[in-house]
Design a protein around this ligand. Sequence first.
Ligand code: MGD
Ligand code: MGD
Ligand code: SF4
Ligand code: MO
Length: 774
Amino acid sequence: MPESTSTAAWQKTACVICSLNCGLEIQVDDGHIKKIRGDKDHPISQGYVCQKAARLEHYQHHERRLTQPLRRRADGSYEPIDWDTAIGEVSQKLIALREAHGNHVFAYYYGGGQGNHMCGMYGSTLRAALGTPYFYSSLAQEKTGDFWINGKLFGRQTCHVSEDIEESDYVMIIGTNPWQSHGIQRARTVLRDLSKDPDRTLVVIDPRRTRTAELADIHLQVKPGMDAFLLTAMLGYMVQADLVDHDFLQQRTHGYEELRDLLLTVDVDGYAVRSGVDAALVRQVAHGFATARRACTRHDLGVEQSLHSTLNCYLEKLLFLLTGNFGKPGGNNLHTAFMPIMGHSKEPEEGGLTTKVTGMKEISKLFPPNILPAEIDTDHPERLRALIVDSSNPVQSAADTQALRRAFEKLDLLVVIDVAQTETAMMADYVLPAHTQYEKWESAFFNFGFPVNHFHLRKPILEPQGDTLPEPEIYRRLLVAMDELPDRFPDLEAKAREHLENPEAGILPKALKDTVKAQPQWAKYAPVVLYNTLGKVLPGGAQNAAALWDTAHFYAQRYPEQVRRTGLEGEGAALGEALFHRILSSESGFILSIHEYDEVWELVRHADQKIQLFVPEMADDIRALATEADSYTDSDYPWVLSVGERRSYNANQLMRTPAWRQNDPDGALRIHPDDAAGVGLEDGSMAVCASQTGAVTVRVAFDDAMRPGFLALPHGYGMTYPDPEQPERVVQYGPYANLLTSSSHCDPLAKTPFHKYVPVQLRPLPVTSTSQGA
Ligand SMILES: Nc1nc2c(c(=O)[nH]1)N[C@H]1C(S)=C(S)[C@@H](COP(=O)(O)OP(=O)(O)OC[C@H]3O[C@@H](n4cnc5c(=O)[nH]c(N)nc54)[C@H](O)[C@@H]3O)O[C@H]1N2
Ligand SMILES: Nc1nc2c(c(=O)[nH]1)N[C@H]1C(S)=C(S)[C@@H](COP(=O)(O)OP(=O)(O)OC[C@H]3O[C@@H](n4cnc5c(=O)[nH]c(N)nc54)[C@H](O)[C@@H]3O)O[C@H]1N2
Ligand code: SF4
Ligand SMILES: [Mo]
């Protein structure tokens, strides 16, 4: 980026386009983002940015920004209303529904975007007020199978695995393209370093020769959906050639013998062939991984959103566990969470929660978007009737848009809290407009580092637009209107002020304790109570950050030694206060904790701190592979389409203006040229791509990096936006990909959609048709 000539100050913040949240410095001029550069002081990203960050003005300013509360009229159009009316009507409708039908009719749907997780923390109070446990989340359409496996292996579904790629000699990347999607910090630098180093090996498993695969020493161009065969073949080989780490298995794990007996029966070469990869290469990689000094794996949607989703997550973990690459540099580890984005749920047999209509079990305290249409669109007396959506656009991002739209039409109440007029907002009864992430104090809870973890609280850098509010204030007003909380807590507020002046004296903890003793029903609203007391007296208007006070104390109490290693001093509550102060004062983010590798065992949550390797449900799945079909396509739908690839200019549903994309305006369908020739398609021509669920019109782009038979469409297109030439005409830009997907084509255990494995047919579009009109 060219050096700026502007005199405006560089303000520190972070990028909100993906989960890495790289530190940024931004120059603002006349209310607009003018210049962006990486923040070298950010402790983790260290100045790194990718090309997307430079385009953040498109998030902040566009024609579909929400600037006032909206109410849907009977004819489907929207009228602006004031906040008192919006809060009053929404809260009265919630109360009426609760009185008429009970608590189970409510669901809360929270995506969290990629950089705004504070609203989730405050949103928990509305769930508590409604008494609903039904928490639907975008995480539960990708990661809940993985979380479930973690629960079995490590004891809790909150035990989340990190990868120590920079210290590793042998890195296996499975079903992810970090060059584009990131997912690892400073991805391109780290991948380039790995690629250049002759002593380190990068293996990529992907049906497409992605940019990440091009950098790899070995690319295993797996048949789409067949990773379970490939990974089982590798594990079979490791066991059969006795390449496992016996000391580690004996000292640190249970259940190896049962697993070994199962893996000894695997037909390694046969499974390699079924996965579409040369058997000698599979053995070479399995051998290389098992004998490397330090090896680790990383996986993502390519295996989570494809056949055998949960099983894939298990097999991936067995790779590093059987080889003892856990709890050491360059291996995989668990990490701490400052504010966990998932919880732990019991199995139904242990008293765990299930939904009323489909009987789906809760995993990691979340429910999958895939079951939502069935939970709403039914005559079942206990169906869902009201949905509150915050920071998510399920009409666009969840499987089977049409089914979801039909279901949403049936709701008695749909409330959307967002910064943009999304496709979901366009179906809502009430739309509540929030400050953007550059207009408020905000933070992301994607802090997945081990041994070093970090945290970054961001300050606002721009004035809020229109009549918008930060989410904590929206939730507070709803709770007050529902008569759950008073409008003010004058005594507590005074105590909070005293506390800030003398944090060592324990004034606020005592006052809160007394308050909860007198009003026990307020305990569940702690974040909002803090927001409305401590928040009001925090310096710099950092009111949104108030609930982090509790989190800081909790973290410091749980990991005191690791927090002190960062240079903070103090014991007990004093350390918590010091940590909270550091949160408020570290504009570039800061190192939260430093662990020793050995301390990873303290994060394992089985009582004996050992890993339970044998998971009976997964053993059944491994056995079932032997008799499974090799393909789920048929002559009607012969192609496997990956619906939702990450590219250089897509970003979930976050970036709405077509102008933000510097390439690929149509979100083209990638196809191998030989495949295209077979169906008479030319590069750049238009085609109709149809699945059993629906059809979209696509532009075709030849790409010889695709495995033949495999097609890809990007994620994050198909949003509506006014045509710049004719602003009154709203146009859909690029393919609306979730018209093609199905909510029943999914993992049986976690209900994760198989978006990367959608059987489709493809035919040239008759030249008279148009492509992009909405
Ligand atoms: N540019 C950009 N970056 C993003 C996002 C974005 O929208 N745009 N979204 C963010 C989010 S929310 C997420 S969850 C991450 C996701 O990040 P990724 O998982 O890396 O993203 P994808 O491109 O969806 O899928 C990764 C790879 O899986 C491969 N794949 C498809 N089918 C299979 C298969 O059967 N087996 C294997 N082994 N591989 C397969 C695809 O070819 C692709 O290269 O990206 C984040 N980063
Ligand atoms: N077919 C297919 N579908 C997919 C995927 C795929 O690969 N293929 N990927 C899936 C994945 S991995 C994910 S994570 C999901 C993502 O899907 P969603 O959870 O729907 O997330 P986003 O699309 O990023 O939408 C985030 C929303 O937050 C809003 N927002 C931004 N900032 C703020 C803020 O400060 N406050 C509030 N209240 N709102 C804000 C944005 O305007 C946007 O509407 O999509 C999934 N859908
Ligand atoms: S890697 Fe992610 S967070 Fe970092 S600049 Fe790129 S899009 Fe933003
Ligand atoms: Mo995601």
